[in-house]
Ligand binder design. Structure first.
Ligand code: NDP
Length: 451
């Protein structure tokens, strides 16, 4: 048995990498984690956490408006973007320290610098070599953009979290999670936001009723959605930018953000050179144990492009460490993964879309649309949409979808029900909590007629 410096070196101190490595350290393995930037990764530093803090900040704009219907006068409320960004950054600093402490408390050595693999057991960082019995790639992803003329002028979500000034007008290209979340933030804070999508609708892959409901709600709030449109080029002008759109139209704006997807961060790491197989997008091919084509090299999280969500990377990290360092072979499960989009209003979803379920066999669909009680007095024109997709033969609930206030908080619990194999009859037998929006999920009785 060769003598390695470590039992495990992980590359990338994001959510998945940190979970796997600190658990391995806790089990007594000799472990190190390589990180070229700050500890915390996309979720903590450039994604979920800062984004959600900005969403809380933005939501006050609606809350102040809604307060009037309840007898409040909120005069002279002002907003300071720089103060919000600074507060958010202080929280990120705190979280980075928490992550650092978690690592040191579990005897994980942090190797600062960019890691490159030179053989299946060796990592080079800034000219130094470190060997390990196992190497775990948890190097995440990074925004990608089409290479059109003028693309150097655009920002991504990374920069949107750090803007010095709120834009008066902005264009967001793309209609995925990131585009709709940032559109909601900037729209609520007063920017004039236009989304440009090449498809007929936002949020490809989501249930059609979810997509249509959210885009209608976004348009009600004043977000313009330019459908079936692409950007041919971007030119800098004296006052901002001019976009040349498909069809020949020009669109002037103050800021252009691209949210056209993310790609695995795997280039220039020596992976192909040592035989690690990747797909065309650069995602590392792994088996159900997160093992790559090189037996000592494993990978998890966004760099494998399976389900690109933090809790999934964490589940993959836990499964890897239990299997490799605790003699407890487990695999991450990919069925019924609940997820949310923190748009305004937000989306919560778990299980199959109507379209996916219908392709598998006969289903019943229950759908409900109503005005949240809060808005009876606030007067806000915002509706909630809730939907259940049920297997007609077995009565199993196959999918739950919601667009509306608190949807992510509500759908998390429904995720447990679906994981347990709940039937529609069991939903119906559950007593509602009154008065809530959530109770609608246990009181839906009318099936939508078959299409
Ligand atoms: P998505 O893959 O969700 O969406 C990309 C969007 O960009 C789609 O609307 C797509 O259009 C469009 N697009 C792609 N290429 C082009 C192009 N060349 N020209 C014009 N439009 C294009 O990516 P995001 O960047 O929004 O998010 C990345 C990942 O981050 C997601 O996979 C998600 O898992 C994760 N994430 C999760 C969040 C959450 O859980 N709340 C929040 C934020 C991110 P089309 O539909 O036509 O393909």
């Amino acid at each position: 048995m060769p003598n390695f410096d470590y039992d495990l070196i992980t590359i990338g101190a994001g959510s998945g990498g940190v979970r796997a490595t600190r658990m391995a350290g806790g089990y007594g393995a000799r472990v190190a984690i390589a990180e070229k930037s700050r500890v915390g990764g996309t979720c903590v530093l450039r994604g979920c956490v800062p984004k959600k803090l900005l969403i809380y900040g933005a939501h006050f704009a609606h809350d102040f408006e809604d307060a009037a219907g309840y007898g409040w006068t909120v005069d002279g409320a002002t907003f300071d973007w720089a103060a919000l960004v600074a507060a958010k950054n202080r929280e990120l600093d705190r979280l980075e320290e928490v992550y650092g402490n978690i690592l040191s408390n579990n005897s994980v050595e942090v190797l600062r610098g960019r890691a490159v693999l030179s053989d299946p057991h060796t990592v080079e960082i800034d000219g130094k070599s470190y060997s390990a019995e196992k190497i775990l790639l948890a190097c995440g992803g990074w925004p990608t953009m089409p290479q059109i003329p003028g693309i150097e002028h655009v920002i991504t979500s990374n920069e949107a979290l750090e803007l010095l000034k709120l834009p008066k007008r902005m264009v967001i290209v793309g209609g995925g999670y990131i585009a709709v979340e940032f559109a909601g933030i900037f729209n609520a804070l007063g920017s004039d936001v236009t989304i440009i999508i090449r498809a007929p609708e936002i949020l490809r892959g989501f249930d059609e009723d979810v997509r249509a409901t959210l885009s209608a709600e976004m348009e009600k709030k004043g977000i313009a959605i330019r459908r079936e449109t692409t950007v041919a080029s971007i030119e800098k002008t004296d006052v901002g930018y001019e976009l040349a759109l498909s069809g020949g139209e020009k669109l002037a704006t103050g800021l252009v953000m691209y949210a056209t997807g993310r790609a695995p961060n795997t280039a220039g790491m020596g992976l192909a050179e040592i035989g690690v197989k990747m797909n065309k997008k650069g995602a590392i091919a792994v088996d159900e144990w997160s093992r790559s084509s090189v037996p000592s090299v494993f990978a998890l999280g966004d760099c494998t492009d399976r389900v690109n969500l933090t809790p999934v990377a964490i589940a993959e990290g836990r499964a890897f460490t239990e299997t490799q360092f605790n003699n407890n072979p487990i695999q991450a499960a990919y069925d019924n993964i609940p997820s949310a989009v923190f748009s305004q209003p937000p989306i919560g979803t778990v299980g199959l879309t109507e379209e996916a379920a219908r392709a598998l066999g006969p289903i019943d669909v229950y759908i409900s649309r109503f005005k949240p009680m809060k808005h009876t007095l606030s007067g806000r024109d915002e509706t909630i949409m809730m939907k259940l997709v049920v297997d007609r033969g077995t009565d199993l609930v196959l999918g739950c979808h919601m667009v509306g206030v608190d949807a992510p908080e509500i759908v998390q619990g429904l995720g447990i029900a679906l994981k347990c194999g709940a039937t529609k009859a069991q939903f119906d037998a559950t007593v509602g909590i009154h008065p809530t929006a959530a109770e609608e999920f246990v009181t839906m009785r009318d099936k939508r007629p078959d299409p």
